[in-house]
Design a protein around this ligand. Structure first.
Ligand SMILES: [Zn+2]
Length: 261
């Protein structure tokens, strides 16, 4: 059966002398893997459309076993992501995270839209670190974790001071602080930010220039949840953490004025 599907290339792997095995997250049929015959040859018409991050429309032959990629047309090659080391690094992390947390053939337009919106935003020059945080917070639900962020996870109160509890995976109000000795105190603006990252679609956030300590705080919480609850090992994360420790690995860039609004 032949199908034309919109999708984003998550991963490619060389196969034999001239072929590639390509993993695509499609909008219509979820994640699938297909053989792209001859795609390793630079002159092949499949060569340019089997690049990681590329968003395109793909003509796929499916049946028993692995499908075959017959043709493809790029919709957006995500050129900026490819040309900028920081954008590439964060996008690699986003793609690997989504790849690890999805199963072949499991259809989810929500996950496709999240990946699509995230890569588009990074390609348009939005802060890739902030965008990857959005993806991390939103993918928690896909990983089966539903943080309680609309009320106190213990007593249900919506008023008061709040802290984040890894034990409850959610907020605790000041009346319930005694139930978790390891909670992390948060300010009202940090509480608002966590809710935004977890709930608001990337396309509705607009430009969001976050200070480095704010991003580090948001990252610390979400990464600890992944570490304790999901236990993922992602190759791309090692490089990102190295970038974080030695930011001068990156070429100097014009930085926009930072604010937390
Ligand atoms: Zn409470």
């Amino acid at each position: 059966m032949m199908n034309k599907w919109e999708g984003i290339v998550l991963r490619t792997m060389p196969y034999g002398e001239t072929n590639k095995i390509v993993t695509i997250l499609t909008k219509e049929a979820g994640k699938l893997t297909a053989m792209a015959r001859g795609a390793k040859k630079p002159a092949s018409r499949l060569s340019s459309i089997t690049q990681v991050f590329l968003y395109g429309s793909f003509l796929l032959r499916t049946g028993k076993g692995m499908g075959t990629l017959e043709q493809g047309e790029p919709i957006n090659s995500m050129r900026h992501i490819r040309e900028d080391l920081e954008a590439t690094s964060y996008s690699s992390y986003i793609v690997e995270l989504i790849d690890k947390l999805t199963e072949d053939g499991e259809r989810s337009t929500g996950i496709f839209d999240l990946l699509h919106d995230a890569l588009h935003a990074i390609n348009e020059g939005y802060d890739p670190e902030a965008i990857s945080l959005f993806v991390e917070w939103k993918m928690l639900r896909v990983a089966g974790i539903h943080p309680i962020l609309h009320q106190c996870a213990s007593c249900g109160a919506v008023e008061g001071e709040f802290a984040f509890s890894f034990q409850e995976i959610g907020f605790l109000c000041h009346r319930c602080f005694h139930t978790d000795p390891y909670l992390v105190r948060i300010s009202p603006s940090q509480l608002k930010l966590i809710r935004t990252f977890a709930n608001v679609p990337i396309t509705q956030v607009g430009t969001l220039n976050l200070k480095k300590p704010t991003k580090q705080f948001m990252k610390k919480i979400v990464r600890q949840i992944y570490d304790e609850q999901v236990g993922l090992r992602l190759k791309s994360l090692l490089f990102l953490d190295q970038l974080d420790r030695t930011p001068n690995l990156l070429p100097e860039k014009e930085k926009p004025a930072e604010s937390d609004d």
